[in-house]
Ligand binder design. Structure first.
Ligand code: ATP
Ligand code: MG
Length: 342
C-alpha cells in the first residue's frame, strides 16, 4: 500500500476525459459517459470506452448519461462517479493520503459552475483541488512560452466549448469562451439531414459523418458517403447518400461562430499583444481543431498564421502534467497565480 497517492491532472472534457499521473504521463483517455440503471442511478453498468459502445443502443432499464454539457457539469452525481472511476483506474485505491487533483475548466463559466467542478473533484477523493483554465493548460501542453513577456493566442476547440485566450507572463490576459464545439457541429448535421432528407440519425452517426466528410472549407474533390437512419414519415430504417459539400454547409454556422469568438478576442487585445499574436501566430488545439481546413479557414479569414498543436486532443492534460511535474519549482518561482485553489 502506498502512503501518499500521486498527484493527478484531470482534463474533464465534455466529450473526453484524460488523466495524467505524475511520473507516468497520460494513463486514461476515455469518453465522458456513464451508463447506469434507470431505477437506481448509483448502479453503474459502464464508464468511458465501454459506455460509449452502448450509446444509443441501451436497453430498457439502462440509460447512458453524458454528465457534462458545454463544459459545465449538468449531472453532479454522475460526474463524481466518473471521476472516482477514472481516478481508481489511474492509481488504484490502496493509498492512505489522497491525491492532489489538478483539473481544467472553461474560461467563462460562472463561479457556481466552477465550484461544482471543485466539489465533484473533492467528493471523488481529492485531498486538495487546483483548477486551471483550459487554454492555459493547453498552451503549456503545446509547449508555448507562457511565462515570456510576449503574447500568444491559443484556441481550444473542444466538444462542448471553444475557449480563446491570449496569454502572457504566466497569466491569461484576455479570454472568451463560447458554448460551441464539435457537439454543436454534430447537432447541426443531425438537423440538416432531418430538414433535407426527412431522416433522423443518431449522435454517433452524425459524429462519424463529420469525421469522414466534415470540413471548415469547401473541399475541391467532392466525396460521398451513405448514412443510415430512421425515415421520419414511415418510421422505417432508411439509407441515403450525402456529399462533403452538404456537410460543409451543415457545419458552416458553428465554424463561423468559432471564427467570431477569435475575432472578438483579437479586437479587445492590447495593441502590443495583438502585434505579438500577428507575429507568433494563433495556436489551435482540441478535437475540433482537427476538422479538415479549420486552420486554413481561420488563417485566410484573419490573415494571421495558424498552427495546429502537435497532440491537439492531449494538450490540456499534458499542460496539467507539466504543472504537476514542476509544481515545487513553479511555487518557488512564484509562478502559480494561474491556479485556482479549493
Ligand atoms: N478529426 C476530427 N475532425 C473533426 N472533429 C474531430 C476530429 N477528431 C475529434 N473531433 C471532435 O472533437 C471533439 C472532442 O474534442 P476534445 O476531446 O478536445 O473535447 P473535450 O475536451 O471533451 O470538450 P471540452 O473541452 O469542450 O469540454 C468531438 O466533438 C469530436 O467529434
Ligand atoms: Mg477539452
Amino acid at each position: 500500500m502506498a502512503f501518499v497517492a500521486h498527484d493527478l491532472g484531470i482534463d474533464l472534457g465534455t466529450s473526453n476525459t484524460l488523466v495524467y499521473v505524475k511520473g507516468k504521463g497520460i494513463v486514461v483517455s476515455e469518453p465522458t459517459i456513464v451508463v447506469v440503471e434507470s431505477s437506481n442511478e448509483r448502479r453503474v453498468r459502464a464508464v468511458g470506452d465501454d459506455a460509449k459502445i452502448m450509446l444509443g443502443r441501451t436497453t430498457e432499464g439502462v440509460m447512458a448519461v453524458r454528465p457534462m454539457r458545454e463544459g459545465v457539469i449538468t449531472d453532479f452525481d454522475m460526474t463524481q462517479i466518473l471521476l472516482q472511476y477514472f481516478t481508481r483506474k489511474a492509481i488504484g485505491s490502496s493509498y492512505l493520503v489522497k491525491p492532489r487533483l489538478f483539473l481544467t475548466y472553461p474560461c467563462s463559466i460562472s463561479g457556481i459552475e466552477r465550484r461544482a467542478v471543485m466539489e465533484a473533484a473533492k467528493y471523488s477523493g481529492g485531498r486538495k483541488v487546483f483548477l486551471v483554465e483550459k487554454p492555459f493548460a493547453a498552451a503549456l501542453g503545446s509547449g508555448l512560452p507562457v511565462f515570456d513577456p510576449s503574447g500568444c493566442m491559443i484556441v481550444d476547440i473542444g466538444g462542448g466549448t471553444t475557449d480563446v485566450s491570449v496569454i502572457s507572463l504566466g497569466g491569461v490576459v484576455i479570454s472568451h469562451s463560447i458554448r460551441v464545439g464539435g457537439i454543436k457541429m454534430d447537432e447541426a448535421i443531425i438537423n440538416f439531414i432531418k430538414r433535407e432528407f426527412n431522416i433522423l440519425i443518431g449522435d454517433r452517426t452524425a459524429e462519424e459523418v463529420k469525421l469522414d466528410l466534415g470540413a471548415a472549407l469547401p473541399i475541391r474533390e467532392e466525396r460521398r458517403a451513405r448514412i443510415r437512419g430512421r425515415d421520419m414519415v414511415t418510421n422505417l430504417p432508411q439509407t441515403t447518400e450525402i456529399t462533403s459539400t452538404q456537410i460543409y454547409q451543415a457545419i458552416h454556422e458553428p465554424c463561423m461562430a468559432i471564427l467570431s469568438a477569435i475575432k472578438w478576442v483579437l479586437e479587445r487585445t492590447l495593441p502590443e499583444l495583438a502585434a505579438d499574436v500577428m507575429h507568433n501566430g494563433i495556436y489551435i488545439t482540441g478535437g475540433g481543431s482537427l476538422l479538415y481546413g479549420m486552420d486554413q479557414m481561420i488563417a485566410s479569414e484573419l490573415g494571421i498564421p495558424v498552427l495546429l498543436a502537435k497532440e491537439p486532443m492531449d494538450c490540456a492534460a499534458l499542460g496539467l502534467g507539466n504543472i504537476i511535474e514542476n509544481f515545487d519549482l513553479l511555487q518557488h518561482l512564484g509562478r502559480t497565480s494561474f491556479l485556482k485553489q479549493g
